[in-house]
Design a protein around this ligand. Sequence first.
Ligand SMILES: [Zn+2]
Ligand SMILES: [Zn+2]
Length: 271
Amino acid sequence: MIIAALSTKHAKATAIAEPLAQVGFSVVEVVTETDALGTFTGTVPRRHSPIATARLKAFLAAGHPGASWLLGSEGTMTNFGFSSTLDHEVIVAVQVGRPSVTVVGRGSAVLPVGLSWRLRGTASMDDLAERAAFADLGRHLLCVVRPHDGVVHSDVATLTELAAAIDELAMPGHDLIVQTDFRAHRCPSRHVALATAAEDLAHRLSTRCPSCAELGFGEDGTAGNRPCRSCAAPTGTPSHRVARCPWCDHVARELLSDDAVDSGACGWCNP
Ligand SMILES: [Zn+2]
Ligand SMILES: [Zn+2]
């Protein structure tokens, strides 16, 4: 087995280890202090892109005995409405001694939670119950954040605990934010996207580049433009799937289809 050291503060190995084990990687969790690179509560802003952040996390696991790869991951939550959040996870792998190349696995899932509620002062139990309907309490947890000084009360599991946390943190003239706790060890539904990203990474780490034979060859978007059926102009519908090597930049294009597409997808016929 190849040892891959996963840098995490929040027990992510449960979601990541299985797909990688199937391709010969033994994931060892290395507990690191990743909060300095950004927190979901916003008390520490994330200063880099998700991939750059995950890469910095991976390097925190450097020096782990026997490890030949370092892993780091980063989730990005996009709230689109009261009770759904798009969770996009990236897991990066960096080979020890060859830090210039990053192999990236990606996965997404919609989470059935998404509470982010800014309030001032305290709130009635009815108010709390109405908001908490979007929090999936019981399976998910909440945290209460006081943004101006970064104080966080986490692990809020019930309405009574929520009321107590708001009472404790409320300060005249300052807002509080009540939000879903998205930390991986507190948010079971994040494990879906993490596992998908781990499967994508496992596929790459078991695929050799046809040109340089390094591991990490994999899908990298689409290319080409299928023609419009009525005017033959190129449309935005892609004709090829692209795979790329992160080591030598070798690109392979695989034809999806070059059939003409409906004029509804054409910028000329249907601007
Ligand atoms: Zn290559
Ligand atoms: Zn057209």
